[in-house]
Design a protein around this ligand. Structure first.
Ligand code: NDP
Length: 400
């Protein structure tokens, strides 16, 4: 039995992970689960999985969970606070860690899992974007492996030789082609995009995901963050990574080799495939997904992304080229802007403008240690709040 810790258990990736694990009770044991404050779903998961310990970062939610579990005679230990996430990530009883907390909140626990030498199933792309060099160094010193869960990076991983490890430039690779569904606004005119609602932005045509990544998919910032993630994980220059819009979301990404071969990974748009692949690698296990019917799919379309309607991609490319702490700033600015959009304080069309205003203040800096990253994250959030305020009160002009 292989012990698994699922961080972000109540989210979209977390629930998909538990779904895959439920199909293999003879192979995996859930050791620990963690979330932020959803004690209701976490209580259900505790009763179903009987993990040794769970964590909620919100102490009040943790107290409620303790009461619920005591009343149900469930003796799962309930930890609380940020440091509990790191303790679960490093727990020796779980050699496999799914890092599926959303946003910068997932950074410390992801690093802790890497340092502890885990098989790190990396959904939390933000930790690569914010602190790529630290994460890769932690994986190396911990002696574990990092397997990307983002469907595009997992597809690339599947198209590389089996001895490839995170942070190495794969031999013989000329380019990576990252596919993008284009999101719910693929064919919307710019004028309509400006006033898109939260509900419209979160109604992704192919993938069922949490709210933050859904909004990022709608703005194409998700693809921008993925471009940075690919550049770091596969040690490829930005110019050797092409984003290709592929509305059917069947080809999850491609690797072009110097001999003219292009390898792709195809499958239904269902996160359980990359999750199962990463859990079992190099073996294969059933994931419960619908198998691909190419006759029914009939056609696969590919086109260029539109940089005018989707300026977020351009901003991310610029941050990737700047390197250092620029992607960390970009990530923080995007988190603040998307939160404001989800809270109905900011128009969808203004998200890139707020991010651009933040990036205008970026004065350089390298990823040296966790402190430098957290300081940069704080500075960028500070500028984002100022930009947001100015924007909301109508004084910032959109340059997007
Ligand atoms: P969700 O919003 O659905 O879930 C987020 C999870 O993280 C929840 O369990 C939430 O707990 C937990 N969480 C949020 N903030 C904190 C915090 N401060 N401390 C502890 N736990 C926290 O997100 P997704 O599952 O969609 O995405 C998770 C990650 O995976 C993201 O990095 C995303 O980019 C990436 N990803 C997601 C994909 C998808 O299909 N959804 C595809 C590829 C990558 P609670 O419920 O209590 O708030």
């Amino acid at each position: 039995m292989i012990g698994v810790s699922v961080l972000g258990a109540t989210g979209s990736v977390g629930c998909n992970t538990l779904d895959v694990l439920s199909r293999h009770p003879d192979r995996y044991r859930v050791i620990s689960l963690a979330a932020h404050r959803n004690h209701v779903l976490l209580a259900e998961q505790c009763l179903r999985w009987q993990p040794l310990r769970v964590a909620l970062t919100d102490p009040q939610a943790a107290a409620t969970l303790r009461q619920t579990l005591a009343a149900a005679h469930c003796d799962t230990e309930v930890l609380e606070g940020e440091s509990a996430l790191e303790a679960l990530a490093a727990d020796s009883e779980a050699p496999v860690v799914m890092a599926a907390i959303s946003g910068a909140a997932g950074l410390r626990s992801t690093l802790a899992a890497a340092q502890a030498g885990k098989r790190l199933l990396l959904a939390n792309k933000e930790s690569v974007v914010m602190a790529g060099p630290l994460l890769l160094a932690a994986v190396r010193s911990g002696g574990g492996v990092l397997i990307p869960i983002d469907s595009e990076h997992n597809a690339i991983f599947q198209c590389l030789p089996p001895d490839w490890r995170a942070g190495e430039r794969p031999a013989g690779v000329r380019r990576l082609l990252l596919t993008a569904s284009g999101g719910p606004f693929l064919d919307w005119p710019a004028a309509a995009l400006a006033g898109a609602t939260r509900e419209q932005a979160c109604a992704h045509p192919r993938w069922n995901m949490g709210p933050k990544i859904s909004v990022d998919s709608a703005s194409l910032m998700n693809k921008g963050l993925e471009l940075i993630e690919a550049a770091v994980l596969f040690a490829m220059p930005v110019d050797a990574i092409q984003v290709v819009v592929h509305p059917q979301s069947i080809v999850h990404s491609l690797v072009e080799y110097v001999d003219g071969s292009t390898l792709a990974q195809l499958g239904s748009p269902d996160m359980r495939t990359p999750i199962a692949q990463a859990l079992a690698w190099p073996a294969r296990i059933a994931a419960g997904v619908e198998f691909l019917d190419l006759i029914q799919a009939a056609r696969l379309d590919f086109r260029k992304p539109d940089p005018v309607r989707f300026p977020a991609l351009r901003l991310a490319e610029a941050a990737a080229r700047s390197g250092g702490l620029a992607p960390c700033w970009l990530n923080a600015a995007d988190e603040v802007a998307v939160r404001a959009f989800l809270d109905k304080q900011l128009n969808f069309g203004d998200i890139p403008a707020v991010i651009e205003a933040v990036m205008d203040n970026f004065a350089g800096g390298m990823v040296e240690d966790l402190q430098s990253v957290m300081a940069a994250d704080g500075q960028a959030r500070h500028h984002a709040r100022i930009a947001l305020q100015r924007y909301v009160s109508g004084r910032l002009r959109t340059s997007a």
